[in-house]
Design a protein around this ligand. Sequence first.
Ligand code: FE2
Length: 207
Amino acid sequence: MTEADVLENKVTHVLPSLPYAENALASIISARTIGFHYGKHHKGYVVTLNKLIAGTELADLSLEKLIAETDDKADKVAIFNNAAQTWNHTFYWRSLRPQGGGEPPAALKQKIDASFGNLAACKKALATAAAAQFGSGWVWLVLDAGALKVIKSGNADTPLTKGVKPLLTIDVWEHAYYLDCQNRRADYMTGVLDKLINWGFAADNIG
Ligand code: FE2
């Protein structure tokens, strides 16, 4: 996909740039993992999505509308999966940052304390949800009727269709960690939560 293709409307959806270099998260997630995850998996969802919707009535919809439109439709499963995975991955890259972790911004910290008791309990809830997710999926910090909650979703499922507001996500598909941690999903989660998680992004999403 080139910029010229986009301008000529030959494609609808574009792989967004990574918000940092591929080696910027290497203390926990190697450049090799990011290279495959972003350059092959994420890109693959975007390319497949564009192929599936080309020439259909869905071709002009925004990604969010496309996800809403195809959710729970038996004849649109492939489109939903690729659209949701495109959105989920873009949200995941922004949920991480080099030198992340640490303390959340004050307003978010206050909400975390109100909903979980303290930051450690919030991180534990995210780690527990990751461990409990059987097979591929995602863990999310969401805003639900004013309170923060941790939820998990299987495969391509996304909180966008669940009436809650996603604040950040961590990908727990094996492709997110297997080259670096093999079967040790818990080690990947600890590293992400301590050193990469972008609390500022979550705070911004509260709005
Ligand atoms: Fe992924």
